[in-house]
Design a protein around this ligand. Structure first.
Ligand code: 3AM
Length: 181
């Protein structure tokens, strides 16, 4: 199983993102737009996960303690090299703490934390090739009035299973972990 851990979005955020996507999307633009059901903030990509590791994750992630906290979203951005258009998620002490608690919890299950800095985001679209990077970064700056997102309360995080496919990956929520102190 290909797994990752992320934070699902509040419905109001999903609605707002839908309007942003509608302003940016062009028919035949060749980009792979993420389906609204799959929008999330990745906390840790786990990759291939055995049944044993899955059981370990359920136990250890269930032991993570954290109060619900507010997540703020900023404007659009682009990872040029990866060819990803995204909404920037504000990196707050609470979000950093959750990400660290999650990666600490998964380590005994055989997952190593990524070395690169945590750059929380919501992926909206991916390019298909090298040439798309420029188009994606143009899209990130195209809107004259940058979108304004209301903050939302994160009340849970989720263990997702990813099913890669030709049109992009489909994500299924496998386990939910409620935030409470
Ligand atoms: O949707 P975002 O961008 O948050 O890019 C993949 C996606 O992140 C990322 O994990 C999330 C769910 O698939 N991902 C996929 N393969 C990865 C890898 N090998 C990866 N992140 C790090 N290393």
């Amino acid at each position: 199983m290909r797994m990752f851990i992320g934070i699902p979005l509040a419905e109001a955020v999903v609605e707002k993102l839908e309007t942003v996507r509608a302003r940016l999307y062009r028919r035949g633009d060749g980009l792979r737009w993420a389906a609204r059901e799959s929008w999330h903030i990745t906390l840790q990509f786990l990759g291939e996960t055995s049944a044993e590791q899955y059981a370990c994750l359920v136990t250890n992630l269930g032991a993570v303690r954290m109060e619900p906290f507010v997540i703020g979203l900023d404007g659009l951005g682009c990872f040029d090299r990866a060819g990803v258009l995204f909404v920037t998620v504000r990196l707050t002490p609470a979000l950093t703490a959750l990400q660290q608690r999650v990666t600490t919890a998964t380590e005994p299950c055989g997952f190593t934390p990524e070395k690169r800095a945590f750059a929380p985001h919501i992926t909206l679209a991916r390019g298909r090739g090298h040439d798309d990077a420029r188009r994606l970064s143009a899209l990130a700056t195209e809107l004259r009035r940058p979108p304004q997102f209301s903050p939302f309360l994160a009340e849970e995080f989720v263990l997702y299973q990813s099913f890669p496919g030709p049109g992009g990956s489909r994500y299924e929520r496998r386990e939910r972990f409620t935030l409470n102190a």
